[in-house]
Design a protein around this ligand. Structure first.
Ligand SMILES: [Fe+2]
Length: 236
């Protein structure tokens, strides 16, 4: 197996300059096709062969009582609902984390150049040792509306920065990230492309629409998402 770059700067194309998130009401910066094509293929192979077997199915259906239990008109409340597979990569006792370390995936995701990019785009100083998770979306997989606010976690309750790397295989048609800006849920990005990197400052309302496969490729379409979550050190 080919080795993957140790520094994120060696895995990506030139990053266009964008306004810092902290100066702007748009909480997301999206860089489409940022991962170098050869690195994309190497990462997809690594993820599918090494991490894939350790994914856990995440199934959180909608409770029918959200409708049958309603007593008043327009009192609709929809808890987070989802259908995908994921595993954490920051738990040294877990096999997936150990594999991610020995294959170089953790080295890439915790590299200085990756944190530098997250700091530059967000405008916040960030602590090292980010949280690491991978999610795999297959055909029809999605995450319903939620905001990722963690008021019970002291280090997260005032917000945190996510850098997310998207990698899809060639069988994916589209998948959207929908999100809130200025109080309206009207922003959308097609994250179902070959590769991309997003930087966002959470919490804010968002959802990921069901993955749509190309016709006839429903069984093989995959989108991998590598999530790197940073605690904000300063600047608040
Ligand atoms: Fe989220």
């Amino acid at each position: 197996m080919k080795s993957i770059p140790a520094e994120f700067s060696d895995a990506i194309e030139q990053v266009p300059s964008v306004p810092r998130i902290r100066d702007n009401s748009d909480r997301v910066r999206w860089f489409p096709e940022l991962i170098r094509p050869s690195v994309r293929l190497d990462l997809l192979r690594l993820l599918e062969s090494q991490i894939g077997p350790h994914l856990k199915d995440v199934r959180s259906p909608i409770d029918p009582a959200t409708i049958t239990g309603m007593k008043r008109n327009y009192s609709d409340l929809l808890p987070k609902s989802m259908h995908n597979s994921s595993v954490m990569l920051d738990q040294p006792r877990q096999r997936a984390t150990r594999i991610a370390r020995t294959t170089g995936l953790v080295t890439l995701l915790t590299s200085q150049s990756l944190r530098n990019l997250a700091e530059r785009v967000s405008g916040f100083g960030l602590e090292p040792s980010p949280g690491l998770q991978v999610i795999r979306y297959q055909s029809s997989d999605y995450v319903g509306t939620h905001n990722d606010h963690h008021p019970e976690e002291k280090h997260l309750r005032d917000g945190y920065v996510d850098l997310q790397i998207t990698l899809t295989n060639d069988d994916v048609e589209r998948q959207y990230l929908l999100y809130e800006r200025d109080g309206f849920f009207n922003q959308s990005v097609n994250v179902g492309i070959r590769s991309g990197v997003s930087v966002s400052v959470l919490p804010f309302w968002h959802q990921v629409t069901p993955l749509i496969a190309k016709p006839g490729r429903e069984k093989t379409a995959l989108r991998w998402l590598l999530l790197v979550s940073f605690v904000i050190r300063d600047g608040r």
